[in-house]
Design a protein around this ligand. Structure first.
Ligand SMILES: [Zn+2]
Length: 320
């Protein structure tokens, strides 16, 4: 089995970010936003060489034979549902994507709000995927091995009960070795490059990879996200267009990598809704999907994360 680049936790890295996330629950939401915006502004000039594109992240896997059906690049759409308000908007996103012929995954936080079994069933019935997004949405998963192991027991129960094969950590904090405790096919808590995340070390690749370290000999597929998160783009940076998404997508398409995006229904404002202070028009996301369809018709493999994980596992096994 092939081993791969991994982003294991270095506790000394990203010091300012870590302090901020530790005290974050004590800070009112509007002040949190203000501070995070300042952090982004402060960091931006220093990371231009690696964000939104890190040219070094094009590392073709050994034996790479390309995407299914000879497609030029792969496209994976995912959503993290942070709060009840996002839960209420999942059907709007499902309708939008379905109408345009796309399918995606929705990751829910099991013990933060009520996750409707009816909604989960509706999503899967319609060809969408459901995943588990932590247990609670705090930053404590990786503070100690014991904490993680305790939570892993419950996360595994939800993975089984919901019949999910995918996991994503809250706030993209992760320890790829510890995640081997989870009984799933893939994790998607990392990114090729995102210096604005609390644990800002990227995996440095726009392809999936297999994680197989640890004494248990278990393995899973890691699916790093490769497009800028909506929250970073529209709420923290206050962008009023999707140019950065387009630019990165064009680059991934040119290199033949995996375009994996995370958006959050919580922050998307649909028609007729009153604008909240941390929301952006859902039209931006629609425009992104239209851009892909118009510019790259017939050139991309649109996969659910679980199908991507299955494909990757087969590819690495066959080419071993
Ligand atoms: Zn989240």
């Amino acid at each position: 089995m092939r081993s791969a680049p991994c982003a294991f936790v270095d506790p000394m890295l990203n010091y300012q970010n870590r302090i901020f996330y530790l005290i974050k629950p004590l800070i009112p939401r509007r002040l949190q936003l203000f501070l995070r915006r300042k952090l982004v502004q402060w960091k931006l000039p220093t990371v231009r060489q690696i964000w939104p594109i890190n040219e070094k992240a094009v590392r073709y896997p050994e034996g790479w034979a390309g995407w299914p059906d000879g497609k030029r690049f792969a496209l994976v759409l995912t959503h993290d549902v942070e709060l009840a308000r996002g839960h209420e908007r999942c059907r709007d996103i499902m309708a939008l994507e379905k109408q345009m012929g796309f399918r995606s995954s929705f990751n829910f936080v099991p013990e933060r709000y009520d996750v409707s079994a009816e909604l989960r069933n509706e999503l899967t019935r319609n060809g969408f995927e459901v995943g588990v997004h932590g247990l609670y949405h705090d930053g404590k998963y990786y503070t100690s091995r014991k904490v993680f192991q305790k939570r892993a027991v419950k996360i595994n129960q939800y993975l089984q009960e919901w019949e999910c094969v995918g996991f994503r950590s809250p706030s993209m904090l992760c320890n790829l070795e510890w995640i081997l405790d989870l009984n799933m096919e893939y994790d998607s808590s990392t990114f090729d490059t995102d210096p604005f995340e609390p644990q800002s070390e990227g995996t440095g690749t726009i392809f999936p990879f297999i994680v197989n370290s640890g004494p248990s000999r278990k393995t899973y597929v890691e699916l790093p996200y490769t497009l800028v998160q909506d929250f970073t783009l529209f709420i923290l940076m206050k962008e009023k267009n999707i140019d950065i998404w387009k630019k990165k997508l064009d680059w991934i398409a040119e290199k033949g990598g995996m375009a994996l995006i995370i958006t959050h229904p919580d922050y998307m404002r649909f028609n007729g809704e009153k604008q909240g202070f941390e929301e952006y028009p859902a039209g931006y996301y629609r425009a992104f999907l239209e851009y892909i369809q118009e510019r790259y018709a017939g050139q991309y493999w649109q996969a659910l994360p679980r199908d991507m994980a299955g494909f990757w596992r087969k590819f690495t096994t066959d080419s071993a």
